[in-house]
Design a protein around this ligand. Structure first.
Ligand code: PRP
Length: 226
């Protein structure tokens, strides 16, 4: 009985999509290669959405958890921003740059309290959702900082006196502008990536490899609404 269950499990490919900004484009991209499932929506209360004919399962997870599902093999494949991937440092294969979800990580400060040089912010407080990336960046610059981990609305930090600066992602720049913040250092660029569990990549190689090839050719066509 156990053996049957395992064999069956191996036939399915489980794909983790992140909630939020990347969900729509991830769904669109996968639908172009025939990877769809009825009821696959970001807000679905059903947590596993299957297409039994195609032997595909989708899970829709909180963004920061996608690399965890993939690292542990709970999902074979995931879509995640390079920013989150770099922050979580999970042991997964990064197989494809999907090109969408372009943004960059940067340091920003209150415009009205701007100090002349980056080094003038040494030993001050940084609010961020990305403490590991931030620490690497500042350490590389020879700056010791105090990190305050926030989970959202990072821009509030300097506005309410919680921190002197932020390290966060910028997409359009609207949030910075509307909150009177100014970017003073570029840290890294990011786009969505396709990640694969290391064991799944070996056990389901043929299927994953052909999926990756199909996704690549769709991306090359360049007609995805990015
Ligand atoms: C992200 C980021 C910024 C904003 C940047 O937040 O943390 O706040 O988007 O986008 P913009 O440059 O286009 O204004 P998100 O919407 O993911 O929510 P959060 O603040 O809760 O993290």
């Amino acid at each position: 009985m156990d053996v049957d269950v395992n064999v069956n499990e191996q036939e399915y490919l489980t794909i983790a999509f992140p909630k939020g900004k990347l969900f729509g484009l991830a769904k669109e991209l996968f639908s172009r290669v025939g990877y769809t499932a009825e009821g696959l929506t970001e807000k679905s209360r059903k947590l596993i959405i299957s297409n039994d004919n195609k032997k595909i399962r989708f899970i829709v997870a909180k963004t920061a958890d996608v690399p965890t599902y993939v690292e542990h093999g709970a999902a074979d494949i995931g879509i995640i921003g390079k920013d989150v991937l770099a922050e979580t440092e999970k042991d997964v294969y990064e197989v494809l740059d999907l090109g969408f979800g372009k943004c960059h990580l940067m340091m920003a400060v209150d415009k009205t309290k701007r100090r002349p040089k980056l080094a003038d912010y040494a030993h001050t407080r940084v609010a961020t959702k990305f403490p590991h990336i931030a620490e690497k960046f500042f350490t590389h610059k020879g700056m010791q900082m105090e990190y305050i981990k926030l989970n959202g609305s990072i821009e509030l930090g300097p506005l309410v006196g919680l921190s002197d600066s932020i390290v966060d992602i910028v997409e359009t720049g609207t949030t910075l502008k509307e909150n009177n913040l100014e970017e003073i250092a570029h840290i890294m660029d990011a786009t969505a990536r396709l990640i694969v569990n290391r064991v799944s990549y070996k056990l389901k190689f043929k299927r994953i490899h052909s999926l990756v090839e199909n996704l690549e050719s769709i991306l090359k066509r360049g007609d995805l609404l990015l």
